[in-house]
Design a protein around this ligand. Structure first.
Ligand code: FA5
Length: 338
């Protein structure tokens, strides 16, 4: 029996085959177990000798099983390593370097221009409350001007800010004039998209407040911006417009010369105006409620808000605002800047 078992074990090619042999010889109904049971009828002397012999056979089989198991495992591991061998000499795949989105590039450039004019850049929440987005900007509930800004409402009564103007009020609530700030950021509008309208886009808000600030200062700031963006020959035009939070209100246009054709035209870039007294009052009222002094009764200020994507479209001749956020790499790669 021993020779037979050892031969089988040597021939076993897998762990499963080995297990099967083990059961057949050493299992409950295995041949060796049977042989132990068959000793019952023998007389004591014979039984002792037979028992010792069978124990030796058992040990020999167990040892052979163990050794063969180790061999098979080693062979399997070697085969697996061979199968999964990595060719470390293969050249790697180069990762494409990321770059800033074209809207971010323009926004950075704009913020830079205004920093050089002494403005400080601040940011505010995209999930706004109705008070800062509308009421404090002289747009009471049911005022028809609310139609100018189709709004995404959040379930908890907040909204996605429809412009960066709410930061005018937030900033004034917490700061004392004089100051000049710009507010870059995302805004959202619940409107049908088309070539010039997206549901999400970026604005840059500007606010300058102090004694004796006039519309001429506004025009000067916008002219400096236009020259920085479009060159020394850039021109700016203000034309009357209406926004509830400024009086007078204007739209500003930039004279832009197409570098390819040499032709120029007026392009609308944003809204602006002199801060409306109702906005100063809303800020002062909020300050008073918070235990702060009223500081906006003897100052004037100007504010502006411009569309960042529009500026990029003018600069690069991009025909459709929807290209910006459709994640087409062929579009985005045209504006590389690491
Ligand atoms: C405003 O949002 C005012 N808050 C601007 C302002 C600020 C006026 C301070 C006075 C004082 P308006 O809705 O016109 O205004 O938007 C400003 C600019 O954002 C537009 O001139 C345009 O350049 C851009 N814009 C407006 N709607 C969209 C849109 N759906 N997609 C892309 N750009 C847009």
């Amino acid at each position: 029996m021993l020779e037979e078992a050892l031969a089988e074990i040597r021939a076993a090619a897998s762990l499963e085959a080995l297990q099967e042999i083990k059961v057949r010889f050493l299992g409950k109904k295995g041949r060796l177990t049977q042989a132990f049971k068959a000793m019952k009828g023998l007389d004591p002397e014979e039984r002792k000798a037979r028992g010792q012999e069978l124990n030796r056979v058992k040990q020999a089989i167990e040892k052979a099983l163990e050794e063969r198991e180790a061999e098979i495992k080693a062979a399997e591991l070697a085969a697996k390593l061979e199968r999964e061998r990595e060719d470390v000499s293969l050249p790697g795949l180069a990762l494409a370097p990321g770059g800033f989105h074209v809207a971010t590039q323009i926004l950075d450039e704009l913020v830079d221009v205004f920093r050089r004019m002494g403005y400080q850049a601040v940011t505010g929440p995209e999930a706004e409350d109705e008070f800062h987005n509308f009421d404090a900007l002289n747009i009471p509930p049911h005022h028809p001007a609310r139609d100018m800004w189709d709004t995404f409402w959040l379930e908890d009564g907040h909204l996605l800010r429809t412009h960066t103007s709410p930061m005018q009020v937030r900033y004034m609530e917490a700061h004392t004039p004089p100051f000049q700030i710009v507010v870059p950021g995302k805004v959202y509008r619940h409107e049908a998209t088309d070539a010039t309208h997206e549901a999400m886009f970026h604005q840059l808000e500007g606010l300058a407040v102090g004694e004796g600030i006039t519309l001429a200062h506004l025009k000067g700031a916008l002219l400096t911006m236009a020259r920085a963006l479009y060159g020394e020959n850039a021109k700016v035009r203000l034309q009357p417009s209406f926004f509830p939070f400024v009086e007078p209100g204007v739209e500003f246009l930039v004279w832009w010369t197409d570098p390819r054709t040499g032709e120029g035209r007026w392009l609308e870039v944003g809204g602006a105006g002199m801060v409306h007294p109702a906005v100063f009052k809303a800020a002062d009222d909020a300050r008073e409620k918070a235990g702060l002094p009223r500081v906006y009764e003897n100052v004037t200020g100007f504010a502006f808000g411009l569309g960042v994507e529009r500026i990029a479209m003018l600069r690069y001749g991009i025909p459709d605002v929807r290209y910006f956020y459709s994640n087409r790499l062929a579009f985005l790669r045209q504006f590389p800047r690491p």
